[in-house]
Design a protein. Sequence first.
Length: 292
Amino acid sequence: MICRQCPRACGAERTPERGLGLCRMPQAPVVARAALHLWEEPPISGERGSGTIFFSGCSLGCVFCQNEKISHQDFGKPITLERLGQICDELIAQGAHNINFVNPTHYAHVVSALLDAHPLPVPVVWNTGGYDSVDTLRSLEGKVDIYLPDLKYLDGTTAARYSAVSDYPQRATEAIREMVRQTGPYELEEGGLMRRGVIIRHLILPGQVHQAKAVMDWVAESFPPKTVLFSLMSQYTPWGDLSACPEVNRRLRPGEIRSAQEYMANLGLEGFTQERTSAKEEYTPPFDLTGV
Ligand code: SF4
């Protein structure tokens, strides 16, 4: 393959001999964890949990990444497509309400091939940092039921500083529009589980409440009421080496969280908020090859 799957479009062949791309991952899937996860938004986790499958590698370079061990250090185990199908079946047998591919952007070809060969009886969730290409998303139309993208920034300078991609705002907003085009307005089952739709996530960063407000404005202006859900996340925890960006080397202040949450309420955005007390390790599960 000549890979142009994500907006980096680096054209790598993704073999050790011929070179890996900016995501540093080979063509075959590398997975760090597969387990039921109870810490997604309530319509995704439900009572029994979401069947999360964490892919290793990443085409973004977020300085504050909470999944650094797999995203930056590339921890994980190479597996076959057949094994990936078995993992999905095992999670469904454990009671997973859905199969939740986490950080799947650089493995779109794998997810697409898997779902062709092995359709799943539960909703498929595409849980992404938002840096997806529209063409790649189109190849997933009809296969993915729920999109769970981040919208991290609407300002290219900040995106370059914290995630090493200045075109993130343009790419992520295009991608989210495509996701909403595919799914249409969100649909919840009786009991509140999500069957179909888009939940847009935003993690408030220290000193970046204005960014959170700009993101919320964009969501409110882009989609009519009852179309998407919005998840405002406050569990930012300083992580890894932040010496190049010391301004984000702290937890959020209560006033920052309150200001963003009040803004969301005043805009009338439907969705979810997380309290500061949620800034604990359960949100970052152990990457120890569980279930792989
Ligand atoms: S998915 Fe990886 S190899 Fe493919 S274009 Fe993106 S960074 Fe390059």
